[in-house]
Design a protein around this ligand. Sequence first.
Ligand code: F3S
Length: 403
Amino acid sequence: MKLTSEEKEILEGKQGRGMQKAMELQVALGEAFEAQKLIEVSRTHVALSGQEGDTYWCELLLEGGASCKVPCTTNPAWDIKVLTQHYGVSQKELDLVKRTYDVYTRIGAIMSLSCTPELQQNVPAFGEVVAFSESSCTPYVNSVLGARSNRESSVSALAAAVTGKTPLYGLMFDENRRGTMIIEVEEAPKDPYDWGLLGYNAGRIIEAEVPVFVFRKMDRRPSPESLLYFGAELNTSGAVPMYHIEGVTPEASTKEMALRGNTPCREHYISLQDIREEEERISERGGKINLVLLGCPHYTLDQVMEIDTFMKGRSAAVPFWVLVSEATLSLAKRNGAFERLQHLGVYLVAETCIDEPCFKSFEGGLGLTDSPKCAYYRERRGQPFVVRRLSECVEAAVTGEVK
Ligand code: F3S
């Protein structure tokens, strides 16, 4: 790679051991992807997870004198104010999350603790060069906002926050953003749930292509929540940091514009029946549930208000947690939804993720969610989940059983 004299100095350790480590990582990454140089980023988002490896990396940089040049927003770690009052966690787990909060704060991160920064706190403009980790963020940032980010890890995104740079490769280039395969879909889904199922189904067959989705029928443009859930699931069952939707996403007013001269290497068709079959495939059968867990990715205020509508003043028969950003939480407190729902046994909580130790109390029972991503991660931890749309999740929460 061709480095500037300042970058060479950083690599030699002249700006401290922390910067040196971050630069070493970026040069190694750049060389692996045959990047010619580094370029500046204007925004970063780090998917800190409260796991030992991520926290160690941040400590290594901080102890070496590094701080964020481009302050990063952060993913949730896990809430230690609310959930620990309800569910037991070990001292070791508690110590790790406190260490995580402390070190990211000291390195200069914006402790936003939400996995939807691209909707609220850290919203890139079209064409902006950024380094975003978090599997639900990267497809949204590239495909919906038209900003440019490679599929970063929490480690490489923090290195970008510290150096202010990222290697020039992959989705930074116009030619790599062009569509390479066509996915024709019978009909556009109508809500975030079905968009999520479509994403999960398509993610399994895309491999390393940039898909162009063409809908034979679309009555309603997808909402930001729908596109968020779509990208999250594309990037859970597959690895899809960029997609186009003809007539919807900004680099795809037409199919031809999305392809930009490329001949698609593959074509694939997804029917409404395929989407229903995907739901069957990813979901556990029904039965008595011990938890309803929503907000993976974090729910917006509109989604919270939908829960309020569906509850119709009835109480939940099982623990019902909804993960949201701090901004959504404060709006829900302001408009009364937080208190109203809490009264019904529906709890909104910020700063946390479904993949955190506090939810292990429910392992051994059956959970319910509207998010295939949530089901995927929780099942790896030992709790099977039924996956249903929001209205059905609410009905099951009221009876304690899902059909
Ligand atoms: Fe967010 Fe955690 Fe799901 S970061 S997208 S709640 S796995």
